[in-house]
Design a protein around this ligand. Structure first.
Ligand SMILES: Cc1ncc(C[n+]2csc(CCOP(=O)(O)OP(=O)(O)O)c2C)c(N)n1
Ligand code: SF4
Length: 251
């Protein structure tokens, strides 16, 4: 007879341990990003200071994922909601979590304004190269030739333009004296956590941080396990994984 395992998983304190708090598809990258975030919040002892906001899109499935004060917003509006909270409550470590659609399409103007104003917050963008929640349409970061629901023959950059490079765009307009800008990947969790630690440390010091994370969407990519990780490797060739802006003195 199969043994039923009743030992609770060893979750970070900043992650909600309730059964059912994770609603992502099997193999989704959102869970890897969020667990890494929760572990980093624990490590920096920020649970009481952190306010987490999630967008519309699959990121909204994290509305009860974190064990920190949380708010769920309209599509593309998580950035202004979180800097509003942070401005009204100095000392808050505000985190706005969104997809590539939420950050680089409908919420792009907020990303630009938060960056040039060096709002005191972390914008954490999950780049899975499609509109996940609505069934896998082309998004700003869909790669050249990538098949989606709305580009069934592959993205034609002559017609739809080239993929948006979020971290490069933000780095070009960020104030280097106050900002931390990086791109990481769920394929390297050790590096992802290092990046998140620097990003949150910068926010705690009053700065602005932007982190884009290359992520997985096996449901809409229609990929098996091997092809899912193969797709991530292609993404890492298209979107450079590195730190773009590191404020001086940041550990
Ligand atoms: C104002 C508004 N416009 C459009 C939608 C429809 N909509 C819901 S989720 C979504 C796209 C989500 O894609 P993304 O932000 O990349 O996140 P993902 O689901 O891939 O994590 C869209 C267009 C909406 N809910 N509200
Ligand atoms: S549709 Fe994609 S991004 Fe959304 S939960 Fe499923 S795998 Fe994750």
């Amino acid at each position: 007879m199969a043994q039923i395992i009743t030992t609770p998983p060893n979750l970070p304190k900043a992650q909600n341990a309730e059964v059912g708090a994770s609603k992502f598809c099997p193999g989704c990258g959102h869970g890897i990003i969020l667990k890494s975030l929760a572990q980093t919040i624990d490590e920096l002892d920020l649970q009481e200071k952190a306010v987490f906001g999630c967008d519309i899109g699959c990121s909204l499935l994290s509305w009860n994922y974190m064990n920190v004060d949380s708010v769920q917003t309209h599509h593309g509006r998580t950035t202004p909601v979180i800097y509003g909270v942070t401005r009204a409550n100095p000392g808050t470590v505000g985190i706005a979590y969104m997809g590539d659609g939420g950050g680089l399409a409908i919420g792009a103007q907020h990303l630009v304004n938060a960056t040039v104003r060096s709002e005191n917050m972390l914008i954490l963008l999950c780049n899975n190269t499609n509109y996940g929640m609505t069934g896998g349409q082309m998004s700003p970061t869909t790669m050249p030739g990538q098949k989606t629901e709305t580009t069934p023959y592959g993205r034609d950059c002559e017609v739809t333009g080239r993929p948006a490079k979020g971290a490069e765009m933000v780095a070009a307009i960020a104030n280097p004296e106050k900002s931390y800008v990086a791109r990481a990947s769920v394929g390297n969790i050790r590096n992802l956590k290092k990046v998140l630690k620097r990003a949150l440390t910068n926010v705690e010091k009053g700065g602005f941080s932007f982190v884009e994370v290359l992520s997985l969407c096996p449901l809409n990519w229609r990929t098996n396990n091997a092809d899912t990780w193969g797709r991530l490797a292609t993404m890492e060739e298209c979107f450079e994984v590195k730190e773009f802006v590191v404020r001086e003195g940041l550990e």
